[in-house]
Design a protein around this ligand. Structure first.
Ligand SMILES: Cc1cc2nc3c(=O)[nH]c(=O)nc-3n(C[C@H](O)[C@H](O)[C@H](O)COP(=O)(O)O)c2cc1C
Length: 449
């Protein structure tokens, strides 16, 4: 069989015209355009004619197309605002929508996934750093003193991206030795009117095995973002010291700091470990385990305390923290409170659990103030509880905090709160004549406000 060569017409020069015929009847819905293209080729006697007809536009086509175009535009706008970290968009659109459609725990899980898959503010204010916020604590140079508190990324699922959100420090956990489910749901409640949160998670954790695999992959000792792992204990464990020892063994060589969390209110018996004798024994165990770590760099050890301690307990903790033999490098003040301030208005205020956010701000700041005084400013304090603006961070620093952490503010303002706190804090320091944030640590104790 002979093969036929296809005929090819080479058009060297042509001109073209197009016209819309049968354009429409008066209704947009029934638009039936006919597009006619006429190619006038020099080599051809007749113009070449192509016709394009849209004869079967289904009813509602225009409406649907418009909706898709407008909807797509809005989604594009929303994603842009999310990625640029617009404070107004998060405060007035994104967070209220999340609060409307998702319960506390669902929105928490969603937030971790959103960060994990890269939808955090990648540009904008969060990434602006201020020379007056650079500081050195625990022998580490911080680009800013604002850290993420424990409880947001309990299982270390989004470490890499959390480090890119503008924080100077990121803490994951609490992690328990064995995986455990925590308390029954529901166990997270927003107090919208009070800008607070009550949680009774009860240390839901994937356990040291899975979490340490992730931590090992992501830990970079040269990263400017100080990275910490918060350690907890299993509900069913009798000897809590063993649980913390396991935590140290798994994470000690793969983080910048470890947190001994003996202050969560949702694990029975945990807070009693803040008592003098129990704490001494626990810190002996932790110190020995830390000293056994086979690594050039020993992680710093921070003790996280409750804001509800009575004065004598605070004094005991201060003494233990000041005694170098227990190896405590710093204090995190504070965890959530079991108290319920009179001022609470929200319907959820009666839920059992730890209260955080704005209602705990004053309580924890007072605790910072006392611990700074009791330790004579010799033990670095990480102030935590109700920080949602530069003024709140400044208040904690003036009361005696070297660094600050936040969590609940994310529930109400999303991640742009990080950029906001840094910007406002830098402005306040400048206004009061501090060249650097370190100069403001404990300022209230020197010149009462
Ligand atoms: C939902 C939720 C879960 C938390 N989980 C933990 C935790 O696992 N370990 C811990 O030490 N603190 C945990 N915290 C306490 C915070 O780390 C922080 O100490 C406390 O919320 C006060 O800070 P904030 O007012 O900025 O949230 C949790 C807080 C919240 C709101």
């Amino acid at each position: 069989m002979s093969q036929q060569t296809p005929k090819v017409h080479v058009v060297k020069d042509f001109d073209w015209t197009a016209k819309l015929v049968n354009a429409c009847d008066s209704s947009l819905e029934n638009l039936q355009p006919l597009l006619q293209l006429l190619f006038h080729c020099e080599s051809a006697r007749q113009p070449l004619r192509f016709e394009f007809t849209l004869t079967e536009l289904p009813p509602g086509y225009i409406t649907r197309s418009s909706a898709i175009i407008i909807g797509g535009g809005l989604v594009g706008f929303g994603i842009t605002e999310l990625l640029f970290g617009s404070e107004r968009f998060y405060n007035e659109v994104a967070m209220p929508i999340v609060h409307r459609f998702c319960d506390g725990e669902t929105s928490h899980r969603l937030a971790v996934k959103v960060v994990k898959y890269g939808l955090y503010p990648r540009f904008g204010q969060n990434h602006r750093e201020y020379p007056e916020l650079e500081c050195e604590v625990f022998g580490h140079k911080f680009k800013n003193p604002i850290g993420l508190a424990a409880g947001f990324d309990k299982d270390g699922e989004a470490i890499e991206n959390l480090k890119k959100c503008g924080f100077g420090a990121v803490e994951i956990g609490s992690v328990t030795p064995m995986p455990q489910p925590g308390n029954p749901k529901p166990r997270v409640f927003r107090l919208l009117e009070d800008k607070g949160v009550i949680n009774r998670y009860g240390f839901n954790s994937q356990g040291v095995g899975s979490v340490s695999n992730r931590v090992r992959k992501s830990f970079d000792p040269s990263s400017p973002v100080f990275f910490g792992v918060n350690l907890g204990k299993n509900k069913a464990t009798d000897d809590a010291r063993l649980d913390y020892e396991i935590g140290v063994n798994y994470f000690g060589a793969h983080c910048d700091y470890l947190v001994i969390n003996v202050s969560s209110p949702n694990t029975p018996g945990l807070r009693s470990m803040q008592n003098k004798d129990s704490l001494k024994k626990l810190m002996d165990t932790v110190r020995d385990a830390v000293n056994r770590i086979d690594s050039d760099q020993r992680p710093k050890v921070l003790l996280k305390i409750a804001p509800d301690l009575i004065d004598s307990e605070k004094r005991d903790i201060a003494d233990i923290a000041l005694d170098k033999k227990y190896g405590i490098d710093g204090l995190i003040v504070s965890n959530t409170t079991i108290s319920r301030p009179e001022s609470l208005n929200s319907g959820n205020k009666g839920e059992t659990g730890g209260l955080s956010g704005e209602p705990v701000r004053e309580i924890s700041t007072e605790c910072v103030r006392q611990m700074y005084k009791l330790t004579k400013g010799a033990v670095p304090i990480v102030g935590c509880g109700g920080v949602s603006s530069g003024a709140d961070a400044y208040e904690k620093i003036r009361a005696g905090s070297s660094l600050v952490q936040l969590y609940s503010a994310l529930v109400y303002q999303g991640f742009p709160v990080v950029g906001r706190v840094k910007r406002e804090l830098a402005e306040l320091l400048k206004k009061d004549g501090f060249a650097n944030v370190s100069e403001a640590i404990g300022a209230d104790h020197r010149t009462p406000k």
